[in-house]
Design a protein around this ligand. Sequence first.
Ligand SMILES: NC(=O)c1ccc[n+]([C@@H]2O[C@H](COP(=O)([O-])OP(=O)(O)OC[C@H]3O[C@@H](n4cnc5c(N)ncnc54)[C@H](OP(=O)(O)O)[C@@H]3O)[C@@H](O)[C@H]2O)c1
Length: 252
Amino acid sequence: MRRTIIITGATGKFGKILVRNFLIHGDVVIAIGRSKKKLNELKTLTNKKHNKLFVINVDLMKEGAISRIIKLIKKLKLKPDSLINNARNLDYLQLDQKNKTSSKNFLNEFKLGVVIPYQLVMAMTKSFLGKFKNVVNIGSIYGTVAPNKKLYKNLDAESSIQYGVTKSALEHLTKELAVRLAKNSVRVNCAAFGGVEGRVNKTFKKRYADLCPSGRMLSENEIFGPIDMLISEKTSGVTGHILMIDGGWTIW
Ligand SMILES: NC(=O)c1ccc[n+]([C@@H]2O[C@H](COP(=O)([O-])OP(=O)(O)OC[C@H]3O[C@@H](n4cnc5c(N)ncnc54)[C@H](OP(=O)(O)O)[C@@H]3O)[C@@H](O)[C@H]2O)c1
């Protein structure tokens, strides 16, 4: 059955993979991003003739962003059934010269990583009641475990505390919303990923491999499957679940 799926952060690493795969699968995709140029580039991701890709150019951190999204979706006469909360901003992970996190970055990371997902889920549920059924929050191993200092040359300089704290809150948000929205037949799950190869250098990759049961980082083609599964009818009995996709990182 063709689904209508909203993806935030659709122009980033995970986002592009999700948009492409859902379109190939024949789903309708509503891609949310803050760069018009990057959103237009998404249109070249598949060569399928009858792509059902709609783009919404909005900065989620701006006042009124969520009501704008709802208004535009209604104007397009679309009725979304699934939402993937995936956006993040690497700028909010910046540290100062003493490797400290500013209040501003901490609060921005929490707002984009937890508050906006919460508000989006609530707005979708209310606006598309009966049709809207699934939420997948994109989490991380760092929502469950703290960073292993053996992975970093200098943990304090390379790993920001606000990332894991926010992802941990996102896991709890998943459980809270699963309980609170069950009456609306909305399932809420979290797909928590380990490190995906691509952005790190060889020595980091080697250290990661040595610390991970699977002996490697995740590859990009391991991103889509678990998310697709969580919004599929095959997992209709699953809600409030934190699915670790981490090659076993959180076992140890
Ligand atoms: N990459 C990994 O190895 C990894 C591992 C575990 C978990 N994750 C999680 O997976 C998710 C996706 O990660 P990623 O690596 O794909 O991130 P990414 O490449 O940095 O992409 C982030 C996306 O969010 C968008 N965004 C940022 N701020 C926004 C705003 N205010 N309004 C609207 N859109 C905004 C970005 O748009 P712009 O391009 O315009 O900035 C971009 O499309 C994140 O939740 C991350 O924590 C990633």
